[in-house]
Ligand binder design. Structure first.
Ligand code: DP6
Length: 346
């Protein structure tokens, strides 16, 4: 049988996962809610490089970037994206071992003892500062468990909820990539949320990509030292409920305002941690200010603005506001950006 191509999308949180109650299992301090970014994906292949009864073999699992030509040779017709241009992942040694450790965890679970070669790539540049860990770990989990089912004597559970909970152990936010377009994550469980709002247009402005970053895993630990962390824990579940209600009412200005408070608070946590750190540069503040003043012009239709643990600014527009989304892309064209509507991530 030929090699199979697996893939999973990235996601952007509107209520953030920041802080853990258990670092080993990536259990979050609070409920989060995300929108799935179907156009930003990781692709994965997995092939066996040794068998358990091969006594000469002491091979260990390996990872390599998936090339465009390998991708083109595979059946990618069912892949749900309009951009099939690949950007090879550049995994650091630390990144590689986190990825392969997760593979090992899945092998133990499925009682599979062979060694594997994993190849992966994203359809967005890996140096652009968009966290690819959610799509990477989700794609690895789907690929590994689906292939292990062919090798294992066990009956493996391949349901999205179970795969989501396994993926969470590799990287927390990846558990939300299994449900689309909306996913909530509460304690050890990711699940779909259904809202009338869908088919949002996504534009991410790539600011200061060269800026040195504190990894999000490190950020999760550090925020607990911030004097405002406890205050956040007191209000965050209410904020989540408030956002769900605003989504149900499709009250776009209210949705925007709750999400604005939320990402601002996360960045203030970073900036008041001990030691403090920040992902926001003068450039970030300048663009955030420009977005605020545009919001005064487009009171009903302006985009939802949010940021992850990086300097990039994510904008989500309602489906009926595509022409405004294109206007914003034009207004901010001095910055590199990636959008969900024109099928190219050049
Ligand atoms: C800021 O999922 O990358 O993007 O579980 O340690 O791998 P680990 O962290 P990760 O954290 C992402 C945090 C965030 C907010 C979010 O996606 O909710």
């Amino acid at each position: 049988m030929g090699l199979k191509l697996y893939s999973a999308p990235s996601n952007i949180a509107l209520i953030k996962y920041m802080g853990k109650t258990n670092s080993k299992d990536n259990l979050p301090t609070n409920t989060s809610l995300s929108y799935t970014l179907e156009h930003l994906r990781t692709f994965v292949t997995i092939e066996k490089i040794s068998t358990t009864n091969d006594s000469n073999s002491n091979l260990t699992d390996q990872w390599q970037p998936l090339s465009q030509s390998e991708f083109n040779a595979l059946d990618n017709s069912s892949v749900n994206t309009n951009s099939k241009k690949l950007y090879p992942l550049e995994l650091s040694e630390k990144g590689k071992s986190k990825f392969l450790n997760h593979l090992n965890y899945l092998k133990d679970l499925a009682q599979v003892k062979d060694s594997f070669l994993i190849k992966s790539a994203n359809n967005f540049p890996s140096d652009c500062g968009i966290a690819s860990s959610s799509s990477s770990f989700a794609a690895l989990t789907v690929a590994a468990m689906s292939e292990f089912q062919k090798l294992s004597s066990l009956e493996l559970d391949l349901s999205p909820s179970y795969l989501s909970s396994l993926s969470r152990k590799g990287s927390g936010s990846s558990c939300r990539s299994f449900f689309s377009p909306w996913c909530a994550w509460q304690k050890d469980r990711g699940f779909a949320k259904s809202f009338a709002l869908k088919d949002l247009h996504h534009l991410v402005l790539l600011l200061d990509v060269e800026k040195k970053e504190v990894s999000s895993s490190e950020a999760h630990l550090r925020v607990t030292t911030s004097p405002i962390f406890k205050q956040r824990l007191d209000v965050i579940e209410n904020r989540y409920e408030h956002l769900v209600q605003a989504m149900e009412k499709q009250d776009w200005p209210l949705i925007r305002s709750i999400c604005g408070v939320e990402f601002e608070e996360m960045h203030q946590l970073f900036e008041t941690s001990v030691p403090a750190f920040s992902y926001r540069s003068d450039n970030t503040f300048k663009v955030l200010k420009e977005l605020k003043s545009l919001e005064a012009t487009y009171v009903k239709t302006a985009p939802l603005v949010t940021m992850d643990a990086g300097s990039n600014i994510h904008l989500l527009f309602r489906s009926e506001d595509l022409s405004l989304a294109k206007q914003y892309a034009e207004l901010f064209k001095q910055y590199n950006s990636i959008n969900s509507w024109d099928g190219s991530h050049e």
